[in-house]
Ligand binder design. Sequence first.
Ligand code: PHE
Ligand code: CA
Ligand code: ZN
Ligand code: ZN
Ligand code: ZN
Length: 284
Amino acid sequence: APDIPVANVQAHLAQLQTIAGNNGGNRAHGRPGYKASVDWLKGKLDAAGYRTQVQQFSRNGATGYNLIADWPGGDESNVVMAGAHLDSVSAGPGINDNGSGSAGLLEVALTVARNGGTPDKHLRFGWWGAEELGLVGSTHYVNTLSSTDRSRLDAYLNFDMIGSPNPGYFVYSSYRQPAGSQALENLLNEGFRARNVPTEAISIGGRSDHAAFARAGIPIGGTFSGAEVRKTSSQAMKWGGSAGVAFDRCYHRSCDTTSNINTTSLDRHTDVIAHAIYTLSGAN
Ligand code: PHE
Ligand code: CA
Ligand code: ZN
Ligand code: ZN
Ligand code: ZN
């Protein structure tokens, strides 16, 4: 898999920061900064040759939007899907949570297009609305899939917070997840190991958008650089950074800006996303 240039991911984050700044400081469900984020992302993907769809839903009297992007080709009965939530909380611009996962995934998608990728399996990306209101967009997506389309999903990989300023390198635990999730956990671990980055398994339960896919029996996996929990001294020894300090002190706050990103974490997690997606889909 290609090495994704982190500068490209950072440029996407700067764009999301600008969108928030032009729209009252956030990109939250029901606010203009969310729709502006969707429009910007759709423009990038359309220009790269993706087939995009905007799926609408309604929550708290406001319209929400998921953006689904399919790369044409590949075996449509074996779909590899990866997703990230695009909405922020209303308190701030949501650059680590979850501009980071959204931008990393975007750059991997653009890389597939730029390389004229011809994966064996069909590749699909999803950017979810209203995660912060209770996984609303991703749940709507899974619930509205036909049983045939659901059965065609081989894997769902989720990326929510990958550039935490005091980062960890967590891989979603496959314990009590659908059969097939163990292979995804192994694949993500192997990607970090190839970069000499130690990992920890983390049980994230229902805390992000993989949950609806898991409930539907689809193998899930993901990576995470940590949120409000404090880094322990043994974690600081293996990962560097500050013991006794939250992985992300600006979690759900107005200070979750482009200054709240650790570039090394953003780079490593994004390269591992590419590794996993390329390996699973057979892209070259
Ligand atoms: N889903 C949480 C949020 O958006 C972040 C999170 C992800 C927390 C994964 C724990 C594990 O606020
Ligand atoms: Ca890189
Ligand atoms: Zn959040
Ligand atoms: Zn999040
Ligand atoms: Zn490898």
